[in-house]
Structures are given as structure tokens and as C-alpha cells.
Design a protein around this ligand. Structure first.
Ligand code: GLA
Length: 365
């Protein structure tokens, strides 16, 4: 493996990491000021930082085998460097000065599967900057700056769930988050259950345009209803005046918020699974962010013994599915499900629980 030392001819000064996330319930609710329930996944992004010897920032991605060099005033590029440079820019906008840096990124968070590889990169980089430059930033502030970098420099009108999950969640708990107040709580998983994540193998087409369109529809619905955000509507009777399309979008958000609020009350795994199944139906029929292959994978999961419930996860239009399954059974369930999915003509892969692979090498030199 090519190391920081080999790329930059010096040892890194600091190393930081941050995990990807999988959302269990509460999809497309965060930009409606609603409730979410993600957990961290074992896959992480590691960032190493050092001082650049010249006037340029240098960004190296181990996965992409790509080195991008930019002066501090260059326009924002495409690709992974946009997230990295975006983070440096928002920290500068927050009033800190940043010297030219060498940045080395190594990530095991799958890209394009709806598991927040971009939030993991942003949070890891901001954590690294915090320790390198002794910045006075807490974990919430880090999540907010990461979201700002994504919106302003990567062009995605995202909510705050992914960055909060990467900054504050762990793999042993669910993070309940009120995205309006940022009140949060780490909660245990339902008793006797564990999380299974399977990548559908279907790339997320329409992810950007479809996402921004859904967001605009929700804003239009709340405007017509005279509320700040759809979070403020709790009774389905209140949305009767909307057009059929906006009614569907609003109904998803309102019922999804209810599902999260029920799920945080220490319910059984069976009930939690029912809520996940209902969430998928709502995302498929009302919010319309699922696609045929994903529906197929979710149906296979839902029909498999020891699966409490399953649904699409993340922004939608492809990517991964999440299931809640009997503790200790995820590996065998994954084998059965992937085989049936293969017979249906698709190639998926198990993402969580993580299959141990060769260690990610020695980063220190
Ligand atoms: C993406 C966004 C999040 C959230 C989800 C959908 O992951 O980055 O803010 O809106 O989609 O729940």
C-alpha cells in the first residue's frame, strides 16, 4: 500500500477517522426538521494530515489512487477533492486560518451505496484539522461544518443526519436525533437483534436530481400548509388540501416521523421490523425513491426467516438495504438472500456485519 510517507516524503503529523452510517428509520425526514435513527457502521475513513512544504494543498486518495494539488484560492474541483477542499474553506469561513496541507485519505466506507462515505470523509478531515491546529470545535460544530461543506462545495442540498451520525454515533447504539433542536440520545438496539446491510449493486442514478426535487416538493408542501417545515404537521387530515403528489410526499414524512418516535420507545425487534417494512412501503409508494431491483432485494429479505424487517436506506434510487435480524444470524441470512437475489439477475454483497479483510496497513510511515 502506498503510504503518506511515500507520497509526501514526510511522516504525517496527525491521524483521525470517522465512520460511515446506516439509517434504521427516519428517511428523508432530516431536511423536514424531523426525526432520524441512524447507527455507525464498522467501515471508516482515515485521514492523515501534515504541513505542505509549498503554497499548495495536496490531497491523495488511496482508493482512487489520485493526487490533486491546489492553491488555497483555486476553484473547487470535481470529485473527492471537492469535499476535502470544501472542509478547509468552511473552517476558514468560520474564522480560522489554515496553512497549506498534505492530506492522505484511506476509506473502507463504500462509495455510492447510501452509507455516507462523503460525511465520513468530511468528519474525519475536520477531526484531523481540529487536532492539527488545536481548533476550538465540538462534535456538533464539526457535523455542522461538514454539512455546510457538502451543501456549499459538493452541491448536495442534504440535511444534517449523515454528518451528525458520523460525528456522534457508534456501532453499539442507535442515535436518535431531533434534527430541529439537535437533541439526541444513544439508544440500545431492540433486544435479540442485529443490523444487516446488503449492497444492491445498483448504482444510485438520479441520486442528486431526485433528492433535490423531493426536497423542493417538501418545501412547497410546507409553504402551502403555512408551516416552517413538514415536521410541524402531525395530523394527516391537515394535508387534504394538497395536490395528490404533494400529499404523498407529506404523508411519507409525517408517518415516517411517527415511526421513529415509536421506535425510540424500547419496542420489540418484531415491532421495529414492522416499522421498517412500513417505512419501505412508504418510501416506495409515497416518496417514490425506490427502484425495481431494490424492491426485489427488500422483498427477498422480508420473506427470509429470522428477518424482522427490511427497507431501502439512505437517499434512495439505488444503493444499500438495511434489515434488522435475529442476533447472530446475519451472516447466514446474507448468504441465502444473496443467492436468491443472484437468481433474480442481480449481484449484491454483504456490507454489515463487516467481513474481516486484510488489515489496512501501516499508515504511520
Ligand atoms: C442523504 C442525505 C441525508 C438524508 C438522507 C435521506 O443521505 O445526505 O441528509 O436526507 O439522504 O434520509
Amino acid at each position: 500500500m502506498i503510504t503518506f510517507q511515500q507520497i509526501f516524503n514526510a511522516a504525517p503529523n496527525v491521524e483521525a477517522s470517522a465512520p460511515g452510517r446506516v439509517n434504521l428509520l427516519g428517511e428523508h425526514t432530516d431536511y423536514n426538521d424531523g426525526f432520524v435513527l441512524p447507527t455507525a457502521i464498522p467501515q471508516t475513513t482515515i485521514v492523515q494530515l501534515g504541513f505542505s512544504p509549498n503554497h499548495q494543498h495536496h490531497f491523495y486518495s488511496h482508493e482512487l489512487e489520485e493526487l490533486v494539488s491546489l492553491t488555497t484560492t483555486d476553484p473547487i474541483p470535481q470529485g473527492f477533492a471537492s469535499y476535502s477542499l470544501g472542509c478547509l474553506r468552511v473552517v476558514e469561513q468560520a474564522g480560522y486560518s489554515i496553512p497549506p496541507l498534505n492530506v492522505y485519505v484511506n476509506s473502507s466506507v463504500p462509495i455510492g451505496s447510501g452509507l455516507s462515505s462523503s460525511a465520513a470523509l468530511e468528519v474525519a478531515l475536520l477531526r484531523g484539522l481540529r487536532s492539527l491546529l488545536s481548533l476550538d470545535l465540538d462534535d456538533i460544530h464539526i457535523a455542522q461544518l461538514a454539512q455546510q461543506a457538502e451543501i456549499e462545495y459538493a452541491g448536495v442540498q442534504c440535511g444534517i443526519m449523515d454528518q451528525m451520525a458520523s460525528s456522534l454515533a457508534d456501532t453499539q447504539h442507535m442515535l436518535f436525533l431531533d434534527t430541529r433542536s439537535l437533541d439526541r440520545e444513544l439508544l440500545p438496539f431492540p433486544a435479540g437483534a442485529e443490523v444487516l446491510v446488503i449492497d444492491s449493486g445498483i448504482p444510485r442514478t438520479l441520486a442528486g436530481s431526485g433528492y433535490n426535487q423531493r426536497r423542493a416538493e417538501c418545501e412547497e408542501a410546507s409553504k402551502q400548509l403555512g408551516v416552517k417545515a413538514l415536521r410541524d404537521i402531525t395530523d394527516l387530515m391537515q394535508i387534504e388540501t394538497l395536490s395528490e403528489l404533494l400529499k404523498k410526499r407529506a404523508r411519507h414524512v409525517i408517518t415516517e416521523n411517527d415511526r421513529v418516535l415509536e421506535a425510540k420507545q424500547e419496542i420489540t425487534a418484531v415491532r421495529f421490523g414492522e416499522l421498517m417494512n412500513a417505512s419501505h412501503a412508504s418510501l416506495r409508494d409515497d416518496y417514490q425513491v425506490s427502484i425495481a431491483g431494490i424492491d426485489q432485494l427488500v422483498s427477498i429479505l422480508q420473506a427470509t426467516p429470522d428477518v424482522f424487517g427490511a427497507r431501502i436506506t439512505g437517499g434512495g434510487f439505488g444503493g444499500a438495504c438495511v434489515a434488522l435480524v435475529t442476533q447472530g444470524k446475519a451472516g447466514t441470512i446474507a448468504q441465502t438472500v444473496l443467492e436468491t437475489y443472484r437468481k433474480a439477475g442481480y449481484t449484491g454483497r454483504l456490507l454489515v456485519p463487516e467481513i474481516p479483510t486484510t488489515p489496512r496497513g501501516n499508515y504511520a510511515t
